[in-house]
Design a protein around this ligand. Sequence first.
Ligand code: ADP
Ligand code: MG
Length: 256
Amino acid sequence: MSTSKPLVRAEKVDKWFGRHQVLKGVSLTVEKGEVVSIIGPSGSGKSTFLRCVNQLETYQEGRLYVGDQLIGYEEQNGRLVALNNRQIVAQRRHIGMVFQQFNLFWHMTVLENIVEAPIMVLGQSREQATAKAMELLARVGLAEKAHAYPMKLSGGQQQRAAIARALAMNPELMLFDEPTSALDPETTGEVLAVIGELAKTGMTMIIVTHEMGFARQVSDRIVLMEDGMIQHEGPPEAFFGEGQSPRLKAFLSTIH
Ligand code: ADP
Ligand code: MG
């Protein structure tokens, strides 16, 4: 039996936007080094779940842990008390997130984008941050674009730069929210290849994606989310093999 604790542990997480409940008792654990893909129809709460993990949104009920940290709250006598901004920033520091829309800073070169947070947040020297950034750019195949501005890059290159930027913070967890949905088919492959390589390094990752072939290839486990609930989870073989649940079949038929 494994004695190590899961890196991510969501226990009956509930999230409302006003009166609209978008996460309904979501429970999910992700082990260290595990790659979990979340699939499911649009509007089912996939992004909201990732955003709760990274505290871009707050959940209202349940418990969400990354490592031994309770995300967003302190527990006092069984009640949840919200953390302050400084505590939230400290928790978020260990989590990298890559969005559909890249979110690079337009007025900075690729290199400047990458060294910004390591210098400002981690207190690294410019030399140290630059050396690490160049190593990461080489890893995502963008070394020669270090001094280019994002506008001059293709979508795929921008997304690879965004991945390098997230990795520069030495995250223990990487979250990907439909990282290739804004890309054309030619550049989708190069971004998926970078994410696939990262998966092999033992990085713990949660990936929201509609790329079923990719999910099947890189994931240790796949989770189907529908209407704010996890409807199904299992290893890819079980997911895509014989004996699929009717729900899963119905969803897969909408994207194939
Ligand atoms: P998915 O990523 O699976 O497409 P989302 O997590 O983006 O789904 O959205 C889940 C539900 O929450 C949707 O009904 C969406 O309209 C709603 N929602 C998302 N963000 C907000 C928000 N900031 N305010 C109100 N409702 C939101
Ligand atoms: Mg989404």
